[in-house]
Write a protein that binds this ligand. Structure first.
Ligand code: SF4
Ligand code: SF4
Length: 175
């Protein structure tokens, strides 16, 4: 069943409205278009579609993600229409209640908030980019070998926050 940021299954709609991770740059850095997608049409709808090798993609956070939902739902790309995260799949199968699924999203957001704090402390200057890109940019900053313990503690906190969040996301949201 397709992602209801996306469609009209009430339980899934409620879950996705509380989350948004597959559109806001938390799970993905970009979406690759499929052969059935029409890049020109998606550009007209406002997506920042760019050529990449032989294909096309657009970066996340997605510009069509507005007020917690997909603003181009009827014409969204194929990948978006097909993607159901593990949590949504479990909800659709009846393996988790809506309350527990929303609680899972809440806990993930709490971990994400800690990660955001650690990123900021470590000098993240691009909060508008996808989470993974932000982490890579911060960690690729040149090391100052003369830096005091505070610098290393900041990096250590960030690394631990990323590990915790990644483990949670892989377990709860990804296959
Ligand atoms: S990550 Fe899953 S629960 Fe969150 S919005 Fe996407 S499909 Fe819905
Ligand atoms: S097009 Fe819609 S479903 Fe796809 S990433 Fe953007 S907001 Fe999400």
């Amino acid at each position: 069943m397709a992602n209801p940021l996306h469609h009209s299954v009430p339980a899934g709609q409620s879950l996705c409205a509380s989350c948004g991770f597959c559109c806001n740059g938390v799970l993905f850095t970009a979406v690759t278009l499929q052969s059935t997608d029409k890049p020109e049409q998606l550009i007209e709808l406002g997506l920042d579609v760019k050529r990449r090798g032989r294909g096309f993609r657009f970066a996340q956070p997605c510009v069509a993600f507005k007020s917690g939902r997909c603003s181009i739902y009827q014409q969204r790309p194929g990948h978006c229409a097909k993607f159901d995260c593990r949590l949504l799949q479990k909800l659709n199968l009846g393996d988790i209640s809506l309350i527990d699924a929303i609680e899972t999203v809440k806990k993930a957001k709490e971990e994400l908030a800690k990660l955001e704090t650690s990123l900021k402390e470590a000098g993240d200057a691009n909060p508008e980019l996808a989470l993974n890109t932000r982490f890579r940019r911060v960690m690729s900053q040149p090391l100052d070998l003369s830096a005091g313990p505070a610098f290393w503690k900041t990096r250590s906190r960030l690394t631990k926050a990323v590990q915790r969040f990644t483990a949670m996301v892989e377990k709860r949201f990804l296959d």
